[in-house]
Design a protein around this ligand. Structure first.
Ligand SMILES: C[S@@+](CC[C@H](N)C(=O)[O-])C[C@H]1O[C@@H](n2cnc3c(N)ncnc32)[C@H](O)[C@@H]1O
Length: 338
C-alpha cells in the first residue's frame, strides 16, 4: 500500500476540472491519479507514466473503471513530451510529478532499495534497462574517489571518503551483491550505529539509488518537458523528497518566472525562460503534523506548483530570450527581443 502524500494540497493546486487533460508522470500506486480522474469526471483524461512496469500494471488494474479516460505508459518522465506527442495529448491542464520511490518499491526486498530487508542489490526503478546498484559498484571498484563524490553530492554523507574506501576494498575481496552486505560494509566503516536515529547506510543507499536511476537529470529534463506541454492556465505540481531535487525544481521554476528582473518592477524586458509561469503556491507546502504522524514517509515531502501564463508582450512564444539570470539594472532599457 502506498499512501499518496499531500493529496488534498496537490489536488487543490491542480484544480482538476471536467473535460481537463492531465499527466501523472509518477503513477506509483495510482493514488494521486485516481483523485485527479475522480475530480475531472465525467470526461477528463489522464495519461499516466511510470518507469516501473509493476506500477504501470498495478495502475491499469486499479484504475480500469475509468475506461478510455485513463492510459498508462511504461516510460520515464523525462520523455513525457514524446509519450504525449505519440498520443496527440497536447494542451495539458495539469501535470504531476511525485518524485522518489513508492512504498511498493521500498517494501519489496527483491527490488534492493532498502537496507531493512536483505535482497539483491538492484535499486533500478526500471528493471528492463540500465546498471543495477551491484553493477554500478563493481564498475567503480578502482575509483573510490568517484564513489565518494557520489556519496557526498547525492547523499550529503559526511563520511563519504571512508565509506567509499571500504566499499572499494570489500568489493575487490568479494562482489557486493546484496543490500545486507552493503549495509554491513557501511556500518563497519563508520563504526557501528552508536544509537543513531537513522541507519548509518541511509545516505549511502539514497546516493547510489539517485546515481543508478539518474534521478536528478530526469527531474531537470521532465520539468522543462512538462512546462512545454501545458496549455495556458495549466499547472505543474512537483512533490520532492530531498533538498537536491527540490533545488532543481525551485531554480527551474524561478527561471521561468523571470523573477530576477521583472516587468512588475518597471523593467521593459522579459528576462525569464519561456514558457512563462507564475507561482500557484507562494511557498513550498510541507505535510501537516497529522499527515507525518500517520505516514512518516511524508516527512520530507515539499510541494511546489506553477501555472503557465501567456508569453510576456514583445516576446515571441517559443523564443528563449533570457540573457542573464542576474542582469544589472542598466540592462533594463527597452529592447526588442526576438
Ligand atoms: C512516490 S511514487 C508515486 C506515488 C503516486 N503518486 C501514488 O499516489 O501512488 C514515485 C513513482 O515514480 C516513479 N518514478 C520515479 N522516477 C521516475 C522517472 N524518472 N520516470 C517515470 N517514473 C518515475 C517510481 O517508479 C514510483 O513508482
Amino acid at each position: 500500500m502506498h499512501v499518496p502524500v499531500l493529496l488534498p494540497e496537490t489536488i487543490a493546486a491542480l484544480a482538476p476540472r471536467a473535460g481537463g487533460r492531465y499527466i501523472d508522470g509518477t503513477l506509483g500506486g495510482g493514488g494521486h491519479a485516481e483523485a485527479i480522474l475522480e475530480k475531472s469526471g465525467p470526461d477528463g483524461a489522464l495519461l499516466g507514466i511510470d518507469r516501473d512496469e509493476a506500477a504501470v500494471a498495478r495502475c491499469r488494474e486499479r484504475l480500469s473503471r475509468f475506461g478510455s479516460r485513463f492510459e498508462a505508459v511504461h516510460a520515464d518522465f523525462a520523455s513525457m513530451a514524446d509519450v504525449a506527442a505519440e498520443r496527440g495529448f497536447s494542451g495539458v491542464d495539469g501535470i504531476l510529478l511525485d518524485l522518489g520511490v513508492s512504498s511498493f518499491q521500498l517494501d519489496e526486498a527483491d527490488r534492493g532499495f532498502s537496507f531493512r530487508a536483505d535482497g539483491p542489490l538492484d535499486m533500478r526503478m526500471d528493471r528492463s534497462r540500465g546498471e543495477t546498484a551491484a553493477e554500478w559498484i563493481a564498475a567503480r571498484a578502482d575509483d573510490p574517489a568517484g564513489i565518494a563524490r557520489v556519496l557526498r553530492e547525492y547523499g550529503e554523507e559526511p563520511a563519504a571518503a571512508r565509506i567509499a574506501r571500504a566499499i572499494a576494498r570489500e568489493q575487490t575481496q568479494a562482489p557486493i551483491e546484496s543490500t545486507a552486505r552493503l549495509a554491513a560494509v557501511v556500518e563497519k566503516a563508520v563504526g557501528g550505529r552508536r544509537g543513531a536515529a537513522r541507519h548509518p547506510a541511509t545516505r549511502t543507499f539514497q546516493a547510489i539509488r539517485i546515481a543508478v536511476n539518474d534521478e536528478l537529470g530526469q527531474v531537470s529534463r521532465a520539468v522543462e518537458a512538462a512546462l512545454g506541454l501545458l496549455a495556458e492556465g495549466g499547472v505543474l505540481a512537483v512533490i520532492t523528497f530531498h533538498s537536491l531535487e527540490d533545488r532543481i525544481v525551485k531554480r527551474a521554476f524561478a527561471a521561468h518566472e523571470g523573477r530576477d528582473v521583472s516587468l512588475q518592477q518597471g523593467g521593459s524586458e522579459w528576462r525569464g525562460d519561456l514558457p512563462a509561469v507564475e507561482r500557484v503556491l507562494r511557498r513550498p507546502v510541507a505535510p501537516s503534523e497529522a499527515e507525518t504522524a500517520s505516514n512518516p514517509r511524508a516527512r520530507s515531502a515539499r510541494l511546489r506548483a506553477v501555472r503557465r501564463i501567456p508569453a510576456p508582450a514583445g516576446v515571441a512564444a517559443g523564443a528563449s530570450p533570457r540573457i542573464s539570470p542576474f542582469p544589472s539594472p542598466t540592462c533594463l532599457s527597452p529592447r526588442r527581443t526576438a
